[in-house]
Ligand binder design. Sequence first.
Ligand SMILES: [Ca+2]
Length: 463
Amino acid sequence: MTLAWMTLMLAAATIDASPDEPRPWSEEIVYGIIVEKFLDGDPSNDFMKERYGKDRTRFEGGFWGGDLRGIRAKLDDIADLGVTAILIYPVMQNDEAPVDRYLPTGYRPRDYEAVDRNFGDVAALRDLVDAAHARRLKVILDMPITLPGFEHPFLKDPAKQDWFGPKSEYGVPRWKVEKPEVGDYIIGVCKRWKERSGCDGMRLDSAHLQPASFWKRFVAELKAAPPQKDFVILPELTVVPAQIGAFVRDCGFDGAYDFSALRIREVFGRDEDVAQLSFANREAHQYYPQPRAMMAPIDNYEKSFSEYAKEPKAARTKLALTYALTLDRVPLLYAGNELGIAFDEVGGAFPPNRRDSAFLKNVKGLIALRRREPALIRGDFEELVARDGVFAFLRSAGDDRVLVFLNGSDRPRDLSRPIAGRPWKDLVLEDLQAGSIAKPAGLETPVRAEAYGARIMKVRWSR
Ligand SMILES: [Ca+2]
């Protein structure tokens, strides 16, 4: 078999090969969208912005114009990026009054049946989901079903006082889902959203505040509910990995957030010890039923990686994204990550010169690489080096091996070591980004990663 022919055969096994085949959750690349920050596609629904706009300095949170039409308008750009699914933060009707200086941010639902009037309506949501599906993008909706908003009418309903548990740290009580009619109500709400939106999955906010027995029932009923069977359910569990793993296993969730992946902010953002990445990956493999099904962001919607990182910010952000896009997790990029920027203004991820961004081009290249290399999508993970700012690992699927060499230090670093039991000298390393040979067989020469640089290399040897 010639090398070209082998490459062709490997290419045929990537996730792009068969458009009609269902794509397993673990092979998605997710783009996270905070609706209110994303893009203002319809200025006629800027109710909160009109009411609080002048006082923005006095309030935190709130809706500033972003809406469902804005997301719909940018689906081509999102699909062009190469991601395969979008995760949309809560769209349900929210409270509108501030609590102290805090305006709602999507997590204070007061009407579980309606889309927030600042975002659009159910028809706009359906239109968005259909348009995403036309571009082979899956849609996951964030469901704030653990806690009601302060303005939810049931809180004041004397007949529903036993529907709530004790007050949570957020100032509202949680839904007492152990009570059968409350559980029925919450599950009914989600079934209706599944059916009328046509979405492919749900994210469950603060899921650890509810008992596993409820989620078990929730998962079984939501997966069986119409219209489609292939439905992903992902909890947000802000507890330690051992507890996250137990929840996922016990309840039958498809995956969850791997918040330990956020160690990357301290390590590549602020020069903390790369041993933290070793630790996080060891825990992931020890506790998660399937690390590949866990979602790994490089930051969160409160503070972006580039805001948090020291200089050089762009290089450090690129390195963190290289980690997330080559690791055995489901990568989660928040809008703006693809430009390496933090933004507070609505529409900030779509500046007029977006298409000229060299950073964007690089991220697109990394996403395309993940999609075409089977070892990166579904391969095993083996750590090789974690010292002096360097984190290197091997991803392998059968005979297909990709070496990822990340240098978070401020000076060039060299790498040479046996891989998969083969001496360094025997290896042929092909740089998958440059498309050239990084090291031929028969030489001991190390490969180099520049300061804050990365090399992603196919590993081969002659038989
Ligand atoms: Ca708007």
